[in-house]
Design a protein around this ligand. Sequence first.
Ligand code: ADP
Ligand code: MG
Length: 391
Amino acid sequence: MSPGTAWIDNLVSVCLEEFGGAEVPRVAVAPGRVNLIGEHTDYNDGWVLPMAIDRRIGVAFAPRGDRVLRVHSVVFDETRELSIDELAPPGGSEWISYVIGVAWAMSSSGLGVSGADLVVDGDVPLGSGLSSSSALVMATALAMCEVSSIPWSPVEMALLGQRVEREWVGVQGGVMDQFTATMAQEEHALLLDCRSLSHSPVRFPDESMVVVMDTGAPRTLAGSAYNERSASCRAAVEGLQNADPGIRALRDVTTDFLEANRELLDETTYRRARHVVEENARPLAMADALSSGDLNQAGRLMDESHFSLRDLYEVSSRELDLFTDLARDHAACYGARLTGAGFGGCAIALVSAEGAEDFMQSTHSCYRSRVDLPSAVFACRPVSGARLLDL
Ligand code: ADP
Ligand code: MG
């Protein structure tokens, strides 16, 4: 699948207009992602099943002879210039941080980074939970490796990208997003063990699509609730360690063990733990269902995941519940769930390819008639991770 869209051609023209230069700029792209299943399992050392989507961030780049980075954002219509030798964390959460944080992380891990002119743009919606931030970080990393003649090592670079978001930008998160943006394979989802980082591609059935349903509602509570939920998970581990000191994370807990030791946890902590323990089995079950083309089973797992996030983990919202309910009412839909941290942002539905158009039309128009927010729907198929484009 070739991302031959107008915004990519425009990247190169803007790079030439802004920065001139004798060389024709090259372009690195990295995709956004949806997580098919395995929600709030990543920080419990568990399993996730993300899929890179055909929405990307692109970075046009041209080498410079010095230690300066000049960076232009098409979206923010802004140019920044700084020296690689003057970078010190924390960087802050402005758009430029995701770019220069990469240069900082590379130089602080001993990689010799060269100066460059960069222009960034893309069609991953910003801040909707489709991981535009990691797509930007990983496309920048690939561009910086190219200008600095550093061999591209996807796993090492995904871990470096995670450091950019945690240490430079200051957002605590797992490695799933960066990993997907570098390691994803076309036509496949990616089954990832967040403890060992072992991973395997899972063929996505030809006759189906994932429809992203953006509720248009901001993820206002997501940050504070995220911290609260991860604190509950730690409390659950501490409680359960009284029965088995070998438990390091909820990943190590089975449903039977949790039930047998339920009295060690308060009611809320128990419900949070139960979501994580049950959800952690779903990426593996979903991988089996997708591999064998059992779309009904895959959809059932997505529904169960949503109900568990709604009732046990309590991170859904009125809009996410409504959009997924409407989705399930449509004949083309196998299953639907919120994706990402919750409290707004996006849901996804697994739908038959032939029914996808009608599904999007009718589900979105029902949603819009009930909710006055800037919502959107679009269909996607799995694409590969970060790469250089042949223009
Ligand atoms: P998400 O990763 O879910 O999209 P985040 O809040 O983690 O949401 O990241 C969004 C931020 O990433 C934006 O506010 C912006 O700073 C940066 N960003 C993403 N895409 C672009 C882009 N095309 N150009 C400039 N900055 C971008
Ligand atoms: Mg992000």
